[in-house]
Design a protein around this ligand. Structure first.
Ligand code: GSH
Length: 94
């Protein structure tokens, strides 16, 4: 896994960076800063997501939006035991 994280400051995308850090997985960050007046993501975020919502990750040809599937993708490619609570809940919900 060679993941790129499109990360917006002060947002839930911080959780993706946290998870990758905890799992000691390598990643690259593309950083976006909020507009100081509106607090919205910059226009450049729309190059990677039609609504400019982050996080978005890219792993090879696979681009994923939405935190939960991003977490699933990361955990599927980690050495986290399959008994991990997150994976158990995911399979229970599907
Ligand atoms: N359901 C999405 C929500 C994504 C989202 O709303 N991200 C916010 C930051 S927490 C965002 O990009 N806001 C910038 C904007 O709306 O301009 C997820 O869980 O990833």
């Amino acid at each position: 896994m060679n993941i790129i994280v499109h990360h917006l400051e002060n947002s839930r995308s911080q959780r993706v960076l946290w998870l990758l850090g905890e799992l000691r997985l390598p990643y690259r960050v593309v950083r976006y800063w909020r507009d100081p007046i509106s607090g919205l993501a910059p226009d450049a975020a729309r190059d990677i997501h039609p609504l400019g919502k982050l996080p978005v990750t890219q792993d090879g040809n696979l681009t994923i939006a939405e935190s939960v599937p991003i977490f699933g993708h990361i955990l599927n490619h980690s050495r986290v035991p399959s008994s991990c609570a997150f994976l158990t809940v995911s399979s229970w919900r599907s």
